[in-house]
Design a protein around this ligand. Structure first.
Ligand code: NAD
Ligand code: IPM
Ligand code: MN
Length: 340
């Protein structure tokens, strides 16, 4: 396996170092190539993602990314020019974001409600498509638009993946989360595709929730969710809340998948570059380590993936409440557990 690594900005390099430590513990000697992309490169050269780097990235089996975004760079430059460009160019149409409250983890919800769900977030369309603009710029009549793009093609491929995953889980339940009462055009298309694909999965039960009410239920009754399929922007927001109710953003992993396997898929924590704690040694690398487990699953190294997950489960069950330890200490513990 050839792995490309993009540490990125802020806590990105700190958590990626620990992810690689754990990876080396379970599968020693993987060929890794690190790419210097992010705020520092942009300041130095003005480059975000040169075509030559993109070509090199394509020649890898997978990508591990830390985070991008920095207070010294105008908002959106790195996010759109680097992270979203990677997701779009590499056709990462299924954004896989599991959320599970592990035993022993202090959940924030009264009654320690169970959380074990997977969000399948569409990854290449919706309001993220960049289809918009400014009219009458710098006038009092200025108009900004961000037009959400929803194609049958794009919806169908994430919905199919969501049904396949639902069918393979014990509860076999899929919830479409949208806002069909207001976003009626996109809502009808999403609903129709879910209905059509559901015909092929008679064992999977299907429900629908408006995104606002779904956020109530994610806090009051998270156990009602098994697989959630949703659009790009709703999925972004839902998965930060899903992380918060399952032990915190420091534990939330993700995979940006090209299900067709034409391009390398990319694995990254759900969180960002956390400039507020960067350099303090307090970032929790567990989200990155769990993203490494998703990566190992994706490339077929399922035994190694299970060992990484078991290490995390053991560590979380035995952590001292409220004091997980410092970034490197957590990485050392997880690497030792996973490789033993
Ligand atoms: P953030 O996820 O970086 O931070 C939100 C909060 O969570 C902060 O209080 C932070 O300290 C905390 N946090 C995040 N990761 C943590 C970890 N591993 N351990 C402990 N605490 C953690 O979100 P933000 O502050 O909104 O964004 C900061 C920058 O990151 C912005 O530039 C944003 O665009 C970017 N961003 C990038 C990604 C990505 O690369 N995938 C994701 C989200 C945000
Ligand atoms: C995430 C992030 C990104 C997103 C940003 C940084 C572009 O919030 O990975 O969740 O919105 O997808
Ligand atoms: Mn996000």
């Amino acid at each position: 396996m050839k792995l490309a690594v993009i540490p990125g900005d802020g806590i990105g390099p700190e958590v990626v170092a620990e992810g690689l430590k754990v990876l080396d513990g379970v599968v020693p000697g993987i060929e890794t190539n690190s790419y210097d992309l992010g705020a520092a490169r942009w300041h130095r050269t003005g480059e975000l993602l040169p075509d030559s780097v993109l070509r090199e990235l394509r020649a890898h089996d997978a990508i591990l990314l830390g985070a991008v975004g920095d207070p010294t760079v105008p908002s959106g430059i790195l996010e759109r020019g680097l992270l979203l460009r990677l997701r779009f160019e590499l056709d990462h149409h299924v954004n896989l974001r599991p959320a599970r409250l592990y035993p022993g983890v202090p959940g924030p919800l009264a009654g320690e409600k169970a959380v074990d769900l997977v969000v399948l977030r569409e990854g290449t369309e919706g309001p993220y498509a960049g289809n918009g603009g400014l009219l009458r710029k710098d006038t009092p009549q200025e108009i900004a638009t961000e037009v959400s793009v929803n194609t049958y093609f794009g919806i169908e491929r994430v919905v199919r993946d969501a049904f396949a995953r639902a069918a393979a889980r014990p509860r076999k339940h899929l919830t479409l989360v949208h806002k069909t009462n207001v976003l009626t055009h996109a809502g009808q298309l999403w609903s129709r595709v879910v209905e059509e694909v559901s015909m092929e999965y008679p064992d999977v039960s299907v429900s629908y929730e408006h995104v606002d009410a779904a956020m109530i239920h994610l806090v009051t009754d998270p156990a009602r969710f098994d697989i959630i399929v949703t659009d790009n922007l709703f999925g972004d927001i839902i998965t930060d809340l899903a992380a918060a109710v399952s032990g915190g953003i420091g534990l939330a992993a993700s995979g940006n998948l090209d299900v067709s396997r034409t391009n390398p898929s990319m694995f990254e924590p759900v969180h960002g570059s956390a400039p507020d704690i960067a350099g303090s040694g307090t970032a929790d690398p567990t989200a990155t380590v769990l993203s490494v487990a998703l990566l190992l699953d994706h490339v077929g190294m399922t035994d190694a993936a299970r060992r990484v997950e078991a290490a995390v489960a053991f560590d979380l069950a035995t952590r001292q409440a409220g004091s997980p330890g410092r970034t490197q200490a957590i990485g050392d513990r997880l690497a030792a557990l996973a490789s033993s």
